[in-house]
Design a protein around this ligand. Structure first.
Ligand SMILES: Nc1ncnc2c1ncn2[C@@H]1O[C@H](COP(=O)(O)OP(=O)(O)O)[C@@H](O)[C@H]1O
Ligand SMILES: [Mg+2]
Length: 167
């Protein structure tokens, strides 16, 4: 079941998605990948094991990345040149101070790349929705076994694109 609830008059929209298994997560990620543009931030929230990295891998594979997509747990950020788009995949779990973000170059990269960020709670005010061309917030929740629930909020140009994530 998928529900879409737009907020008329504002530039954000919400939807929820049920992903029955990892295949459903990969399919969702592929639809997302097709809509990604430079300047977009995809913010992936959720507990450890919720599927943030799995979803990010799905996005990168759908964009044509072949081979391994390591979790950026220790490198903090991984850089991918795909045939269509440059993508930075970051995991900010280990970031303790927003000042440490500067050297990761995420903000500068928005000029030419899309960002896929795990633990986006660590991002500073520079990444607030109104500062960005488009931001997609995905909150992943383990719904038992392999099932995942995704609460999605699209800001800016992602408000209009959200419905295109529906299968
Ligand atoms: N529907 C699903 N979507 C994503 N991952 C799933 C799903 N079902 C099972 N999994 C498993 O859950 C784990 C998610 O781990 P990971 O993606 O590293 O989570 P996170 O990055 O949120 O800590 C993986 O072992 C993956 O195989
Ligand atoms: Mg992860």
């Amino acid at each position: 079941m998928t529900s879409l609830a737009g907020h008329s008059g504002s530039d954000s929209a919400q939807a929820s998605f049920a992903l029955a298994d990892e295949g459903a997560t990969r399919a969702f990620a592929a639809r997302l990948a097709a809509l990604l543009e430079p300047g977009d931030l995809v913010a992936l929230s959720g507990d450890l094991g919720a599927g943030k990295t799995t979803l990010a891998r799905g996005v990168l594979h759908a964009l044509g990345v072949t081979g391994e997509v390591p979790s950026p747990t220790f490198t903090l950020v991984q850089h991918y040149e795909t045939p269509y788009l440059t993508v930075l995949h970051a995991d900010l779990y280990r970031i303790e101070d927003t000042a440490d973000l500067v050297e990761l170059g995420l903000e500068d990269a928005l000029a030419y790349a899309a960002l896929v960020v795990e633990w986006p709670e660590k991002l500073g005010a520079a990444f607030a929705p109104h500062r960005l061309a488009g931001r997609l917030d995905l909150d992943l929740v383990i719904a038992g076994g392999d099932a995942r629930h995704v609460a999605a909020t699209g800001h800016g140009r992602w408000a209009a694109k959200l419905e295109r994530l529906v299968p």
